[in-house]
Design a protein around this ligand. Structure first.
Ligand SMILES: C[S@@+](CC[C@H](N)C(=O)[O-])C[C@H]1O[C@@H](n2cnc3c(N)ncnc32)[C@H](O)[C@@H]1O
Length: 402
């Protein structure tokens, strides 16, 4: 499933363009993950790789091939990557587990699995409520399997950290969780839902502390949730790393949801943010097309107020402020000592700022060009993109007195 600029919005996604961006991200990241984890599976002792779709659907796709669902997308990918790895003598067992509560949707899911499951991927379906199925899900993920949990409900009650805890604690696991900000934001103002929102954000919550400024409020709610998740994923030996992608409403300039990614592996976060960077331009093109479609529709019906024509592209000033902020982050991290930039260090900076890897490199380039920082390992020659090679490990030092 790749973005085709000639068909900006594929027809199954018209009217639910946010699902298209979500699926492009799932597809792009899952492919990288399967290759990376599959390649080193035997070295890392993973006996198999399992994709768990905790709220599988099918949802809003009436076709027989379910092409615009996470079910078909994941199944096709698992099969493709399994064959590709086998060809290079890296054979790994791949499995998929799909959970669905609704009777009708489950019927279609079972039928689809029976008729479409690839020969090289074992698939299974669980008919039931996700929350109550967690013990069953865990029983299907033996200790030596690597599991990727896709948690994409319709609402937000099921993603409370306490509910997810048994999954979050599981070693050899990664998560992609839909944080339904649009709903959560509204619920956060309702007295009747105060305890549920507090539980979502990890415990006690003083409602007075939730900012009223929309941008600050979004940041506050999202960060509280991310940190509640991270607390449960971190172990004494491995700290949780998380990043997120903001999926905007297709035609109105506000957040629909955030897709939060959680891992204990530095490479995971870097790869995830690389995929999300690729999507930034696509999301913008898709939203412009969706706005155009809505405008055309509004013109036909004479509704001139049906469209919010504003843009959410960062302005030149905002981009500059962002780079400045990342430069401060680099300087603080380098501090008084030399800094050996390894993959974990680079991943940690991404996690702290939720920036794209290229933004972090760009910010560092500015510091080196201004003579404030030097890449001691690389010497004076500045590489165009890979300003610091974190895979090899390179040392940075400050060259201007602080
Ligand atoms: C947003 S849709 C999933 C979309 C799907 N992940 C995709 O990307 O194509 C949510 C699905 O979860 C199912 N569902 C809702 N509550 C559930 C629960 N408590 N347990 C399991 N499934 C549930 C709904 O019937 C629906 O099919």
């Amino acid at each position: 499933m790749k973005f085709d600029p000639h068909e900006i919005i594929p027809s199954p996604y018209v009217g639910r363009e946010q699902a298209y961006i979500k699926h492009l991200l799932l597809d792009g990241y899952l492919e990288r993950l399967l290759y990376i984890v599959g390649w080193s599976a035997s070295k890392l002792g993973h006996e198999e790789i399992i994709f768990v779709d905790c709220f599988a659907g099918p949802w809003k796709d009436e076709s027989d091939d379910l092409a615009s669902t996470s079910i078909a997308i994941s199944m096709n990918l698992l099969s493709m990557v399994q064959y590709a790895l086998e060809k290079v003598d890296k054979s790994v067992k791949f499995r998929a587990v799909y959970v669905e509560k609704d009777d009708g949707a489950f019927g279609r899911l079972s039928q689809f699995l029976a008729s479409h499951s690839p020969a090289n991927v074992k698939t299974a379906a669980i008919h039931g409520d996700f929350t109550r199925s967690i013990p069953d899900i865990l029983a299907r993920c033996p200790p030596k399997s690597f599991a990727f949990f896709f948690i994409d409900p319709k609402g937000w009650m099921a993603v409370k950290p306490d509910i997810l805890q048994p999954l979050l604690e599981r070693p050899r696991s990664e998560f992609l969780i839909n944080f339904m900000y649009d709903f959560i934001n509204r619920a956060a103002s309702m007295n009747a839902l105060r305890d549920d929102i507090a539980a979502l954000l990890g415990g006690q919550l003083d409602a007075e502390k939730i900012p009223s400024n929309p941008a600050q409020r979004e940041q506050f709610l999202l960060e509280r949730y991310r940190s509640a998740l991270a607390d449960r994923v971190s172990t004494a030996n491995a700290k949780a790393l998380s990043g997120y992608v903001t999926i905007l409403d297709p035609t109105v300039d506000r957040t629909k949801y955030h897709l939060i990614y959680l891992t204990r592996h530095p490479k995971g976060i870097i790869e995830f943010m690389k995929q999300s960077e690729k999507l930034a331009g696509v999301q913008s093109a898709v939203r412009n097309a969706a706005k155009y479609n809505k405008q055309t529709q509004a013109d036909k019906t004479g509704d001139l107020f049906g469209i919010d024509a504003g843009q959410m592209e960062p302005s030149w000033n905002e981009s500059n402020a962002r780079i400045h902020e990342l430069q401060q982050l680099w300087l603080a991290r380098i501090g008084d000592q030399n800094l050996l930039v390894t993959e974990p260090v680079f991943a940690n900076l991404i996690c702290q700022s939720n920036c794209f890897p290229s933004e972090l490199q760009l910010a560092l380039r500015g510091l080196i060009e201004r003579g404030e920082v030097q890449n001691v390992t690389a010497g004076p020659k500045l590489r165009p993109k890979n300003v610091v090679d974190y895979e090899k490990g390179e040392t940075l030092t400050r060259t201007v007195p602080r």
